[in-house]
Design a protein around this ligand. Structure first.
Ligand code: NDP
Length: 336
């Protein structure tokens, strides 16, 4: 699919302030570097801000351009407290938001629960970020930056329009009839569909929710606010700590396989640069797009608008995911 056209009036690369979640390692850390290199101020949100500062120092990011905030995205109370601290201390504006933090726990035998009783990957990857977005929307609307953006990390394994999204190990992403969410998503329920717990699928389902959220944000809020909402697949960044809970042999074989067999491997630095492009570059000022550079990396390969599955784009499913997520994070429509 061809890249969509860029709206007129978008100024090239105006620096601003961006909040990035999950910057102790991997894509988020490298995105923070790429944003600072573009002259942006970066507020990081991590469960351990000291580790975030150490990781940023180790990568040589200018600490004068950084502020570190404590938020555990698996805990809705921590999200509320972190946002209150942020909004209370923001001297300038918040111009962009990157929802990046995530956990992948494919070897859990039993669901791990958040303090609110929700399955931990859905709680961290989707619900914590869903609440963050809701709570920061007024700040983003108030920003006078020429191109305000919300960027959410999606993935190929949750998009059945791509080969990686069809892999049945343990099962493709599928929210079913959403009865798990509808019934309150508390024990014994652990999946959005209400079906049996599959830890690898719980991750894929949470990333499907991330991409659905982007589409629904675009439908509900882009026209009135002018904010650009997009998701992206940065490529297979096969050597990040995201895979720390997989078997040791997998952690060796997977990067090798992606580098030498599929050609899907992307370095952490390039993945961070791609996130920064989606946040800051004029070419990406198009709302409702899921950006990808493809599953086989080509030298000088260009971004394109990757088609998403019906599960990610169906408006009635998205409306239900939105309404049920609002309930699960304790928000009313009046607050949105
Ligand atoms: P990493 O594990 O390197 O980074 C994840 C970040 O999220 C870390 O900073 C981690 O911090 C943070 N985090 C995890 N749990 C929490 C929490 N409860 N509260 C706050 N922060 C938390 O993974 P990647 O860089 O690979 O992944 C980043 C994003 O990119 C994810 O959304 C992932 O789904 C997406 N993605 C990754 C791909 C890949 O191939 N790696 C491919 C496609 C998408 P801590 O050190 O505290 O755990």
């Amino acid at each position: 699919m061809a890249a969509p056209s860029i709206p007129s009036g978008v100024q090239a690369g105006t620096p601003g302030t961006v909040l990035i979640t999950g910057t102790t390692s991997g894509v988020g850390l490298n995105a923070a570097k790429a944003m600072v290199d573009r002259g942006w101020r970066v507020v990081t949100a991590n469960r351990d801000p000291v580790r975030a500062a150490e990781a940023a120092d180790a990568l040589g990011i200018d600490s004068r351009q950084l502020n570190h905030l404590r938020i555990d995205f698996g805990d809705l109370e921590s999200v509320r407290a972190g946002v209150e601290t942020l909004v209370g201390s923001l001297s300038g504006e918040l111009d962009a938001l990157v929802c990046n933090a995530a956990v992948y726990k494919p070897r859990l035998k039993q669901p791990e629960r958040s303090p609110q009783g929700y399955e931990i990957s859905m709680a961290t990857n989707h619900l914590g970020h869903f609440l963050l977005i809701q709570m920061l929307m007024e700040s983003l609307k108030a920003s006078s930056h020429p191109s305000r953006r919300v960027v959410i990390l999606g993935t190929v394994t949750a998009n059945s329009k791509e080969l990686g999204g069809k892999i049945p190990i343990p099962a493709p992403a599928d929210l079913g009839d959403l009865s798990g969410f509808e019934q309150g998503f508390q024990a014994p329920i652990s999946m959005a569909s209400g079906k049996a717990f599959k830890p690898g699928k719980a991750y894929k389902d949470s990333k499907l929710c991330n991409m659905i959220t982007t589409q629904e944000l675009h439908r509900r809020l882009h026209e009135g606010s002018g904010i650009v909402f997009s998701s992206l697949y940065p490529g297979c960044v096969a050597d990040t700590p995201l895979f720390r809970n997989t078997p040791k042999a997998f952690q060796t074989i997977f990067p090798w396989f992606q580098k030498n067999i599929t050609g899907g491997y992307v370095s952490q630095a390039l993945a961070g640069e791609r996130v920064a492009q989606v946040v800051a570059d004029p070419e990406f000022a198009v709302s409702g797009v899921h950006w990808s550079w493809g599953n086989r990396q080509k030298k000088d390969g260009r971004q394109f608008n990757q088609e998403l599955s019906d599960k990610a784009t169906d408006p009635s499913t998205a409306e239900r995911v939105w309404d049920l997520s609002m309930k699960l994070v304790g928000r009313s429509e009046a607050e949105s």
